[in-house]
Design a protein around this ligand. Structure first.
Ligand SMILES: Nc1nc2c(ncn2[C@@H]2O[C@H](COP(=O)(O)OP(=O)(O)OP(=O)(O)O)[C@@H](O)[C@H]2O)c(=O)[nH]1
Ligand SMILES: [Mg+2]
Length: 373
């Protein structure tokens, strides 16, 4: 029986909380909160406001200052808020203190992202990966009072009473479950590897990039797959593979993968290794950047960091600037000023601009063009 540890965000009136640390431009925090708002709404919450505090360093016990925590609690009561979401990672102790001081449910960005993944995960692989990430996230966050497991009915009740013993018991249950999930994933990964072997000889092109960059839209263009492409974060959680062709009718396998986001919980990255393994195994990786996004540069850096963390060879990565139709200065837009200091191929997965040239690029990089007779 899976341990159901998710707290539903549906319809919760939510207040976002961000902290500006020294050397951090204030507008950056606002941008991050804009994205956090999008995440909260994706999880089904209703964002009713935001609070930002400038601090020299986070308070070890309440993250924001203690006085500020009290103030947030009061504001939350006035606004009828029942969920506080912090943009930064909180420790179990911080969550506990904040909940005690405000009387309101508290979570952090990582927890929110995990909830979205939880809601979207469909395949057995994705579900296993998300559950594993959640349990790894929760293990160090279990606290004596705020033990998720002790809130659950069935199996792991509160018979022994609260306290250290219960906490230790909860931790043990989590560890056992984590080991079980790791084994299950290893099995799934073996199957995946077998499938990959079966494709040997057929070159693979994996699509990657920040969430909402247009990966699935491009995937559909290149393969006629009809995969869900939506204007929302993390529409895709499973790696999808499909044959397509470039440069005539040569078979190439395209892989659509899960998107990245800043402060992506590293538990998710490590749990999604088998899905993201497509990136490591691919002959070529197309890194899609939503070039129309005001924060495209930061998004590009985030994706490059995650790829580096995964061990993707940069020499196999082609940067693709997507949504050129929304950028006036793009080659496909009204004027033309090139790609600036970052090199990449401009396309619009939506209008089809630049796709033929991109396909030529792919064929060349895969050594397919020379083979054409
Ligand atoms: N204007 C414009 N919109 C685009 C383009 N490419 C994709 N979109 C839109 O951007 C949104 C996100 O597209 P998806 O293809 O779902 O993005 P994704 O990268 O697969 O996103 P996740 O799976 O959530 O990581 C959708 O609303 C698309 O219609 C483009 O070239 N131009
Ligand atoms: Mg997608």
């Amino acid at each position: 029986m899976p341990i159901e540890t998710q707290q539903k965000q549906s319809g919760r009136r939510t207040l976002l909380v961000g902290v500006v640390l020294p050397g951090m431009p204030a507008h950056l925090v606002e941008d991050h909160l804009d994205e956090l708002a999008q995440l909260a709404e994706s999880a089904g919450a209703q964002v009713v406001g935001r609070v930002v505090q400038a601090r020299k360093s986070p308070d070890p016990s309440t993250f924001v200052g203690r006085g500020k925590a009290k103030e947030i609690g009061e504001e939350a009561r006035i606004l009828g808020v029942d969920l506080l979401v912090f943009d930064d990672d909180l420790s179990g102790g911080q969550v506990k203190s904040l909940e005690e001081q405000t009387g309101i449910l508290v979570m952090d960005r990582s927890g929110l992202i995990l909830d979205i993944f939880d809601q979207r995960a469909q395949s057995r692989e994705a579900r296993t990966q998300v559950e594993l990430a959640r349990l790894r996230y929760q293990l160090p966050r279990l606290t004596r009072r705020w033990s998720h497991l002790s809130r659950q009915a069935g199996g792991i009740g509160m018979r022994g009473g609260e306290g250290e013993k219960q906490l230790e018991q909860d931790r043990r249950v989590l560890r056992v479950r984590i080991r079980g999930l790791e084994k299950e994933l290893a099995k799934i990964e073996r199957t995946r590897r077998l499938h990959r072997k079966g494709r040997r000889g057929v070159p693979t092109v994996a699509l990657t990039g920040y969430t909402n960059a247009g990966k699935s839209t491009l995937f559909n263009r290149l393969t006629d797959a009809g995969v869900l492409a939506e204007d929302r974060v993390f529409a895709t959680l499973d790696a999808r593979l499909r044959r397509g062709s470039v440069n005539g009718n040569r078979a190439v396998v395209f892989a659509d993968t899960v998107g990245f986001i800043r402060k992506l919980p590293h538990h998710l990255v490590s749990s999604f290794r088998s899905t993201l393994g497509e990136l490591l195994e691919a002959d070529l990786v197309l890194h899609l950047v939503d070039r129309s996004h005001p924060q495209w540069r930061e998004q590009m850096d985030v994706a490059e960091e995650v790829m580096a963390e995964l061990g993707v060879d940069p020499a196999r990565v082609v940067t693709v600037f997507n949504k050129s139709d929304r950028v006036a200065s793009s080659p496909g837009g009204e004027g033309s000023e090139g790609a600036g200091d970052r090199q990449g191929r401009w396309i619009s997965a939506k209008t089809g601009f630049g796709l033929a040239a991109l396909q030529d690029d792919i064929a060349r990089r895969l050594g397919l063009s020379e083979a054409v007779e």
